[in-house]
Design a protein around this ligand. Sequence first.
Ligand SMILES: [Zn+2]
Length: 202
Amino acid sequence: MTLPARPPSFTPVSPVARPDMPWPELLEPAAPSPTEPRARRRVVGALLGLVAAAMLALGALALTGVAPWDREPEGATALDAKLERAISKAIVAAEKDGVALRVTSGLRSYAEQEALWAEGIETHGSEAEAARWVLPPDVSTHVEGLAVDVGPADGAAWLGEHGARWGLCQVYANEPWHFERVTKNKGTCPAPLPDAASLLDR
Ligand SMILES: [Zn+2]
């Protein structure tokens, strides 16, 4: 490639310009500063962040006597908004059909689910058997605000039949009361799993 001829009126602008340099180079912006110092700054920033986090954790420990890593995870603070809208619409529609439908259990705290799980193990004799009916808190969609249990039995059956209109599906064949927003509105619900136990194997 040949460079265009140097314009006659050209005067180099860079103090380090040498007349023997091809002129396009002289006009190029200054090369970006090397990235190495920036990378070093990032590492220093990350280390400072870690130190700050550690100080906050120790501060919390001093104030509460409970280390943050010993505190229980909290799960969701509210029922998922889309699920709440869907079940609200379903309750209104069920009422129009003359069927009573209500939520018997929605969002559960981590501690509540942990208690249910312990109770389930005691009732059913083993984790594997309990998991058919109740899940540990780190697996349960109730703790994530993504599941509702409904009742009474007639209402649950009605929702099993019509729930897909709002994306609500029965997830486990052995729990006709447990619904999650699984499909899109007016979609088709997938076949329910036999029970929840398979979720523990994952
Ligand atoms: Zn449930």
